[in-house]
Design a protein around this ligand. Structure first.
Ligand code: NAI
Length: 333
């Protein structure tokens, strides 16, 4: 039997964690033969709720769960961590501006970055989910200088899944047949869901471009983009609660593909630290890009042709991320 790995989930008392923990414990993330030690972090007032979650996890009788640690101390939660899913964050309340949200969260992610730096494994794979996810990931990595920047990512997989599902519905195929949709930029309403390189793969392996299969460029350049950008708000309106099941599935898929690698001929999107050398995007922001993954190493897909339409959309989301970076770094100085 394999040695257990240490997996930290923050915001363990929250909605997303409630849907995410069973996926981890069933083996849907790290593999069905991979035991896990769960490290659950939340804030002090939520520890009672976390204990309730632990009671349920215990009652699920998951075979892969070796040990569960519940704590309100990041130094305990991140100790020797192999994977960290940073879900916990201060939620956006009514009337709160994005700047206020940044302010509240930058402080949280500064503390968590510093704790990761001190106690996590240097190979820890971090995905930041708590919003504003990209800039929170940036802050976390700033305060964890001993861990390579390549180990910090932000979740845009939910946006990618939403985009794939919408294309599939429009083209009358199964979502799993839609490959290589790209999410560029920020997990916000400026994100750019790009289908210019996306394909629909049929049962016999034949590939048709999404543009051709959908056959409606006006929709792809208009309502489709808007629908992906505002899907989170649409779910809140309908459910009176934010997306949690789909977000949890996306976190699980994000970490699964990081652990197990991308398939031949396929790529996936995630927020990664830019170095200024890819697609003309400035260095020093966490920008969602198409990547391939092999043996845990994330590589940005290079050489994709970028149309003028795409370029404009990428600039807008880059601009927003640069502004967020400035605001956040001022706060945590
Ligand atoms: P929730 O409010 O149900 O749970 C958040 C949990 O985080 C709470 O239990 C809270 O006590 C905890 N928390 C707050 N500060 C903390 C800290 N310093 N350390 C540890 N835990 C802390 O929220 P939900 O629905 O689970 O969402 C979590 C976050 O994920 C939100 O910021 C939300 O905006 C974001 N999100 C991101 C998505 C993405 O695609 N990147 C998609 C959906 C949600």
């Amino acid at each position: 039997q394999k040695e257990p790995i240490n997996v930290c989930v923050t915001g363990a008392a929250g909605q997303i964690a409630y849907s995410l923990l069973p996926l981890i414990c069933r083996g849907n993330v790290f593999g069905e033969d991979q035991p896990v030690n769960l490290h659950l972090l939340d804030i002090t007032p939520m520890m009672g709720t976390v204990n309730g979650v632990i009671m349920e996890l215990s009652d699920c009788a998951f075979e892969l769960v070796n040990k569960i640690v519940a704590t309100d101390d990041p130094m305990v939660a991140f100790k020797d961590c192999d994977a960290a899913m940073l879900v916990g964050a201060m939620p956006r309340r009514e009337g709160m501006l994005r700047k206020d949200l940044l302010e509240k969260n930058a402080g949280i992610f500064k503390v968590q970055g510093a704790a990761l730096d001190k106690v996590a494994k240097k190979t820890v794979r971090v995905v930041v989910v708590g919003n504003p996810a990209n800039t929170n990931a940036l802050v976390t990595s700033e305060f964890a200088p001993s861990i390579p920047k390549s180990q910090f990512t932000a979740l845009t997989h939910l946006d990618q899944s939403r985009a794939r599902a919408m294309v599939a519905e429009r083209a009358g195929v199964n979502t799993s047949q839609v490959k290589n949709v790209i999410i560029w930029g920020n997990h916000s309403s400026t994100q750019y869901p790009d289908v210019e390189h996306a394909v629909i793969v049929s049962a016999d392996g034949a590939r048709t471009s999404v543009k051709k299969a959908v056959g409606d460029e006006a929709w792809l350049h208009g309502d489709f983009i808007k629908a992906v950008q505002t899907r989170g708000a649409a779910v809140i309106k309908a459910r009176k609660l934010s997306s949690a099941m789909s977000a949890a599935k996306a976190v699980a898929d994000h970490m699964h593909v990081w652990w197990h690698g991308t398939k031949e001929g396929e790529f996936t999107s995630m927020g990664v630290m830019t170095d200024g050398s890819k697609y003309g995007i400035n260095a020093g922001i966490v920008f969602s890009m198409p990547v391939t993954i092999k043996d845990g190493v994330i590589s940005v897909v290079e050489g994709l042709e970028i149309s003028d339409f795409s370029r404009d959309k990428m600039r807008a989301t880059e601009h927003e991320l640069q502004q967020e970076r400035e605001t956040a770094l001022k706060i945590v100085q």
